[in-house]
Ligand binder design. Sequence first.
Ligand code: ZN
Length: 173
Amino acid sequence: MPITPFHFGPGAVVKAVAPRHFSFTVFAFSQVLIDLEPIGFFLVTGDPVHPYLHTYLGAALVFLASWWAGRPACEWALRVWNAWLSPAQARWLAYEPQISGKAAAVGAFIGAYSHVAIDSIMHGDIRPFAPFSDARPWLGVISIDNLQWICVLSGVAGLVVLFALRWRALRRM
Ligand SMILES: [Zn+2]
């Protein structure tokens, strides 16, 4: 955390800036995958800690797993999503189900590393450079409220741009 959906905001901005080179769905897959760590610890021990995956070393594992498993899973999810839309909804909400290997890699990489960077601002138990260092250089550099506002507002900004891009594409058709 910030609870997983907050991380989607910065992802929406990257998608708006580089729609062809960044898979938002693989990015989202990596967010859910990495937060299975505190959720799993919470269920087993009652304490939602972040010792392994929420490090820059652990993020490499999340990146590779999201790239490898996230791409087919997200292509499948996009096909199910597209099939579920009515033709009118599809004009605005359907997405190309094919994800290039490069877009999947970029989504997975930005997903895993931005997640650790953002979470290390707000969670005192995160040691982003473990096991090499216990340093927590970014802990508290922004208040949790401001951090969450940045995530929400970046999500709104990203969605507005994506909506405008779709609107422009539809007008050209
Ligand atoms: Zn997290």
